[in-house]
Ligand binder design. Structure first.
Ligand code: EPZ
Length: 437
C-alpha cells in the first residue's frame, strides 16, 4: 500500500497544468466503440481510471495508442466479444463498465458487465441504467458476478424520464440512443459540462442530439457513426481541488487550463470564503489574499449548482474559517466519511441526518448523515490517515499539508485514480513529503 509522510505548515505556491476531465475522457473513450472508424482524443490524463477503460476496450478488440502528450488514438474496426472472466478481472474500481452496454449491444448484440466499483460514497446503484436499457429493448440477466445483456431485436428509441438527473444514466441514454432506431426523448437529464462535451463528441460522429431549456434531450437515431477528433474539456474538479489547497495552505496556485464559465458557482463560493482569483486566458490563479476566512452555507446540487465533488477539499479550508459553516450534501448519501480523519487532526466537524442550511432533499427522512457543520478556525496537527476515496483522499492530503507537524497517509494510490502526476504536481508546488510504494 502506497504511503506518504508529509511535513505540514508550508504554503503551496506555483503552477499546475490540467489535462482533460476524468469524468469526460473515460466516456469519450467508450463512445469511440460506436464508430466504424478510428477516433483521436486529445488531453487524456494518465490516470488509473483511463487505464481501466483502456484495458476493457482492448479486451473487446479496440486498438489503443496512448502518447505521453495525452493524445489517444482508438481504432474500433475489429471490435469483438470478450470472455466474462477477463472482463471481470479488469473492471477494477471503476463505474465506467456500465456505459459499455449500449455500444456493445449495437456492435455485437450482446454485453457482459461486471459488478461495478467506484468510490464508497453511497450505495451507487445502477437501477436507472438498467431501466434505461430495458426501455431501449435490451434483455437483461443478472449473474452472480455481473450482468449479461442481449438485444435480439436490436435497440429502438424510447421516451425516458429520469427520477433524478443522474450523470451516468444520462450518459447511458446518450451512448445507446444515438444508434437506436427512431427518436429518444430524455427528460430530467443531467446537463453537466462533461455531458455537453460528450454530446459535442457524438455530434461530431454524426449523431443528431438537441438539448432543450427544460433539461429534455432529444436524440434521432442514425444507422452508423464515424470516429471523432476532440480535445477533452478541462478537469474542473481537479481545478477546484487545487484552488481549495491554495486557500487551506495560505498559498498561491496558477491552474493552467482552468476556465471560468464551467466554474462560476465554485468561484462565487471561493470568493465568499475569502479566497481570491484572477482569470487569465490560459488558466486561473487561486490564492489566499491574507486576512480571515469567512464561514459559508453550501448545498451541493447537480449543474449549475455547487458540485458534490468540490465540497471535500473545500471543507478543509472551512476548518480555517472564523465561525460555523454548513455543507448540505444532496447528491450522495454518505459523502462525509472523510471528516473523521480531519477531526483526528483537530478539526471540529459534526455531521447530521437532517437537511441543514437549505431545502429538504431525498436523504432527509432517512438515516443518512448528509449534512456537516464545520466550526473554525481550528489548528490542524499531523496524524496517521488512510485515504477513503478519491476526493476525500485529496482533502486529507490538503489537511496534512496545512497541519502543524508530520502526517503519515496510506492508501494514497487511490488518488492517482483521478489526479494525473499528483506527486510531481505537489513537489512542484513546494510540498515537503516523502513517498513509498
Ligand atoms: C458521476 O458519477 C461522477 N463520476 C461523480 O464523480 C460525480 O460526483 C457524479 O457524477 C455527480 O456529478 C463519473 O463521472 C465517473 P450519478 P455517477 O449517476 O454518474 C443516484 C468523482 O469523484 N443513482 O449522477 O455515478 C446515485 O446513487 C466522482 O469524480 C441512482 O440512484 O453519478 C447518486 O445518489 C464521484 N441510481 C445520484 O444518483 C442509478 O442508477 C447521482 O449519481 C444511478 C445513480
Amino acid at each position: 500500500m502506497s504511503q506518504m509522510t508529509i511535513q505540514g505548515g508550508k504554503a503551496l505556491t506555483g503552477r499546475v497544468d490540467l489535462r482533460g476531465a476524468k469524468n469526460l475522457v473515460t466516456k469519450a473513450m467508450v463512445a469511440a466503440l460506436l464508430a466504424d472508424s478510428p477516433s483521436l482524443l486529445r488531453d487524456v490524463p494518465h490516470i488509473s481510471d483511463v487505464e481501466v477503460v483502456s484495458r476493457l476496450l482492448q479486451l473487446h478488440g479496440v486498438t489503443i495508442d496512448f502518447q505521453d502528450n495525452g493524445e489517444m488514438r482508438l481504432d474500433p474496426t475489429n471490435v469483438k466479444s470478450a470472455r466474462m472472466v477477463d472482463i471481470d478481472a479488469h473492471a477494477g474500481s471503476s463505474r465506467i463498465p456500465i456505459l459499455f452496454c449500449g455500444p456493445l449491444l449495437h456492435q455485437l448484440g450482446e454485453a457482459f458487465i461486471p459488478d461495478l466499483g467506484g468510490c464508497h460514497i453511497g450505495d451507487r446503484p445502477i437501477d436507472f441504467h438498467l431501466d434505461v436499457l430495458r426501455n431501449f429493448g435490451a434483455v437483461i440477466e443478472k449473474l452472480p458476478n455481473g450482468t449479461r445483456m442481449s438485444a435480439p431485436d436490436g435497440l429502438h428509441g424510447a421516451k425516458i424520464s429520469l427520477p433524478y438527473p443522474s450523470v451516468g444514466a444520462t450518459e447511458q441514454v446518450l451512448l445507446t440512443a444515438v444508434r437506436s432506431e427512431g427518436i429518444t426523448e430524455l427528460s430530467g437529464a443531467a446537463i453537466e459540462p462533461e455531458i455537453v462535451d460528450l454530446i459535442a463528441i457524438l455530434q461530431k460522429m454524426g449523431a443528431i442530439i438537441s438539448v432543450d431549456t427544460d433539461r429534455v434531450i432529444r436524440i434521432e437515431g442514425v444507422k452508423r457513426l464515424d470516429g471523432y477528433t476532440h480535445r477533452a474539456l478541462f478537469d474542473r474538479n481537479e481545478a477546484a481541488s487545487w484552488a481549495a489547497a491554495a486557500l487551506a495552505t495560505k498559498g498561491d496556485i496558477f491552474v493552467g487550463g482552468a476556465r471560468q464559465p464551467e466554474m462560476m458557482t465554485f468561484l462565487n463560493v471561493f470568493r465568499k470564503v475569502g479566497g481570491a482569483f484572477e482569470i487569465e486566458d490560459d488558466g486561473i490563479r487561486f490564492f489566499h489574499p491574507g486576512g480571515e476566512l469567512q464561514p459559508v452555507v453550501i448545498e451541493t446540487d447537480v449543474h449549475p449548482g455547487f458540485m458534490t465533488d468540490w465540497q471535500q477539499p473545500l471543507v478543509v479550508a472551512l476548518t480555517q474559517a472564523k465561525g460555523l459553516s454548513i455543507v448540505h450534501e444532496t447528491v450522495y448519501e454518505n459523502r462525509f466519511g472523510f471528516t473523521e480523519a480531519l477531526n483526528q487532526m483537530g478539526a471540529q466537524i459534526q455531521i447530521y441526518r437532517e437537511c441543514l442550511g437549505g431545502n429538504p432533499c431525498r436523504f432527509g427522512q432517512r438515516n443518512f448523515y448528509h449534512s456537516a457543520v464545520i466550526s473554525g478556525p481550528t489548528e490542524l496537527h499531523g496524524a496517521d490517515i488512510r485515504v477513503p476515496d478519491l476526493r476525500g483522499g485529496f482533502s486529507h492530503i490538503v489537511a496534512a499539508l496545512a497541519a502543524r507537524g508530520t502526517s503519515n497517509v496510506t492508501n494514497v494510490q487511490l488518488i492517482s485514480r483521478g489526479y494525473e502526476h499528483f506527486l510531481s504536481k505537489l513537489e512542484s508546488l513546494g510540498a515537503d513529503f516523502t513517498y513509498s510504494e
